[in-house]
Design a protein around this ligand. Structure first.
Ligand SMILES: CC(C)(COP(=O)(O)OP(=O)(O)OC[C@H]1O[C@@H](n2cnc3c(N)ncnc32)[C@H](O)[C@@H]1OP(=O)(O)O)[C@@H](O)C(=O)NCCC(=O)NCCS
Length: 197
């Protein structure tokens, strides 16, 4: 396995936001919105309190390493997930597939939703993935019922590649449909012709 500490020119600034790697000190602010039921219903974990989130992530340094925060006026309003991974390749060329793709994810404090902040932050993250990290493919997954999340992917030009029927077990006990989206570096460059110049 490849170690996954992405090196990029952090902090990265977008029009209104700053993106930077999360630290332990950010966890209470992140937990404060991740514990809200309408947020956690779509997330892998549902902390009851901000402190639960702090304890959960503090115990997993590798998860913290894959977390970025979204700041607006120096306040944390959301977080991003960035996991650089090896793509699959046949044995003879597997080395060339190492660290060529990323899975990304996102979560925004509901108080800041509906203003384009997530779109702006994820656009910045995609720019990092393709321009700074030189990745060739970025993927994202969500429950099919999480319309806000897959609409965000589509706003950014990501392509729906998977619709998986009842493949994901929700904590309610219900098996839900899942969707998978992807974007290739050349597709991103086509949408951002000034990139890389
Ligand atoms: C997924 C999530 C980040 C999307 O948040 P969001 O607020 O819809 O996304 P944005 O911040 O980009 O805002 C887009 C909305 O603002 C509007 N908007 C306003 N100004 C805008 C601007 N300058 N640029 C883009 N959109 C703008 C858009 O029209 C859109 O509204 P609409 O959905 O009514 O069309 C959010 O729902 C969330 O955190 N959910 C809980 C966690 C979660 O589900 N994570 C993903 C797990 S897979």
């Amino acid at each position: 396995m490849t170690p996954h500490t992405p090196t990029a020119p952090w902090p990265v600034r977008t029009r209104r936001l700053t993106l930077r790697p999360a630290t332990l000190d950010d966890l209470p602010a992140i937990g404060a919105y991740r514990r809200i039921p309408e947020v956690s219903t779509w997330l892998p974990t549902a902390p009851r309190t901000a402190e639960d989130h702090v304890a959960h992530i503090s115990a997993q340094p590798e998860r913290l390493e894959k977390t970025l925060v979204i700041e607006l006026d120096s306040a944390v309003i959301g977080d991003l997930y960035l996991s650089v991974e090896d793509a699959w390749g046949q044995a003879e060329v597997a080395e060339n597939a190492r660290s060529t793709k990323a899975e990304v994810g996102w979560c925004l404090d509901p108080a800041f939703q509906g203003q384009g902040y997530a779109t702006e932050a994820v656009a910045g993250l995609l720019r990092v993935c393709f321009e700074d990290l030189g990745l060739r493919r970025v993927v994202a997954l969500s429950f099919a019922d999480n319309t806000a999340s897959w609409r965000l992917m589509e706003r950014l030009g990501m392509r729906r590649e998977e619709y998986n029927v009842r493949d994901s077990l929700h904590r309610t006990g219900e098996w839900l449909d899942g969707v998978g989206y992807a974007l290739l570096a050349e597709e991103w460059r086509d949408r951002n012709p000034a990139a890389g110049r």
